[in-house]
Design a protein around this ligand. Structure first.
Ligand code: CTP
Length: 403
């Protein structure tokens, strides 16, 4: 899966003959599962029609501050577009637009959007060779890069003028793979390995019955996705869960019981940099699993339970370079209990959820957490979706580990 999958790409087209290649660019982004919106300078419409690009991107294409529809004037909000985008790509980027971008000129929708964009901006210059090597162009390209924009250099080849030399816009396939590689190389967890436990465990009573709990796995799966999106290779060791996960960097290993989870976790632990144990592991398991289904009788049934091994504590006892994070689900004396758990299990940090907080807990899509590190610094967060909570947790871990 591409790092661009699910991302919002704003393609900004300026007036150059290479604009005809933006149809392929849009298709390539869509093929990678990205969402694409296109904006154009008015002059670029002479090179490719907005209809082509809106059909391919499945989104309206804008080139002016206002559109007129049924005698009404509709404002195209450049600020919204700039905020919407995860990535902005200006391709082809003409000498004229590059010069305006370098100087903060804002005389069309595309330039206003560029100035409003908060996301990483890429630009792929395209112009004739003498224009490309002109001192003023060179200066503009340098200036734009010094502002934090990323240039996708023009290549050498036959130009629209018939001349041969540098100035051809990079090919659409090369632009897309340049952006993918660039994003990957800048991800904070690139090259890191993360172990995650998630979901419940099932402890068998007999071949058809078990002791389990209501954990859905949602929190752990959200952390797995966020960690992988940040570039980490993730080993997601999950108890029984209906949830699906699709990410090229996530390896899912399914387990059923606490004993199985213990074994698999220990198999991977030595090779990971970060371990986050969010699973709701059963604390007790039947001492014996009946080989046949237990028949009903009139008598009371007693099942003897024995404690399971504490996976988290066992990692705390052997950890070396790993940053080890546990979870605590508490109903009373929350902070005190969580801190004592952190110390007892020799953790680097603990994520506290309190069952007293409405919207926090097992089956919900939201959670409210406090992140506590081993210096007992507390960072409390608002009630948020589990995906947003996962981002907060990973941000805290990145800060603490300087990853
Ligand atoms: N955990 C674990 N293995 C177990 C039990 C718990 O790895 N056998 C982990 C959980 O994944 C979680 C943390 O330990 O990260 C806290 O679990 P919890 O059950 O709250 O902790 P306990 O130490 O069992 O404390 P108590 O039940 O007394 O609250």
């Amino acid at each position: 899966m591409s790092v661009l999958s699910g991302k919002k790409v704003l393609l900004a087209v300026t007036a150059g003959i290479a604009a005809y290649k933006t149809a392929s660019l849009v298709r390539l982004f869509i093929k990678l599962d990205a969402e694409v919106k296109v904006i154009m300078t008015p002059a670029s419409k002479d090179f490719i029609t907005p209809l082509t690009l809106s059909t391919l991107s499945k989104n309206p294409v804008h080139s002016t501050f206002y559109d007129t529809k049924d005698d009404n004037e509709l404002w195209n909000n450049h600020v919204d577009l700039g905020i919407w985008a995860d990535y902005m790509l200006i391709a082809p980027a003409s000498a004229n637009t590059l010069s305006k971008m370098a100087n903060g000129t804002c005389d069309n929708l595309l330039l206003a959007t560029y100035l409003s964009a908060k996301c990483p901006v890429y630009f792929a210059p395209a112009m004739d060779l003498d224009m490309y090597i002109h001192s003023s162009t060179k200066q503009n390209l340098q200036k734009l890069q010094s502002f934090g924009n990323t240039m996708i250099p023009a290549t050498s080849g036959e130009l629209a003028s018939g001349l041969v030399g540098e100035g051809r816009m990079a090919e659409p396939e090369d632009i897309v793979s340049f952006i993918e590689k660039d994003i990957l190389s800048k991800l904070p967890l690139k090259g890191k390995k993360v172990l995650l436990t998630a979901g419940p465990t099932y402890e068998a009573i007999d071949p058809v019955r078990f002791i389990g709990n209501h954990s859905s796995g949602k929190m752990g799966f959200a952390i797995a996705t966020v960690a992988a999106d940040l570039g980490a290779e993730v080993f997601l060791i999950s108890g029984p869960s209906q949830l699906q996960i699709k990410h090229s960097l996530v390896h899912r290993i399914n387990v059923v019981s606490a004993a199985e989870m213990y074994q698999v976790v220990h198999k991977y632990f030595s090779e990971v940099d970060i371990a986050i144990l969010s699973a709701a592991v059963a604390d007790y398991t039947p001492k014996k699993t009946a080989p046949q289904k237990i028949k009903k009788t009139a008598l009371a049934l007693e099942i003897e339970l024995s404690p399971t091994k504490d996976i988290l504590a066992s990692l705390g006892a052997i950890k070396q370079h790993q940053y080890l994070v546990g979870f605590a689900l508490e109903t009373n004396n929350e902070l005190e209990n969580a801190k004592s758990k952190l110390q007892r299990k020799n953790l680097d940090a603990i994520v506290l959820n309190s069952l007293q907080d409405e919207g926090a807990g097992f089956a919900t899509d939201t959670n409210k957490i406090t992140f506590i590190d081993n210096a007992m610094n507390e960072q409390s967060f608002e009630l948020k979706s589990k995906v947003e909570v996962a981002k907060d947790i990973m941000n805290e871990i990145i800060k603490k580990t300087n990853a």
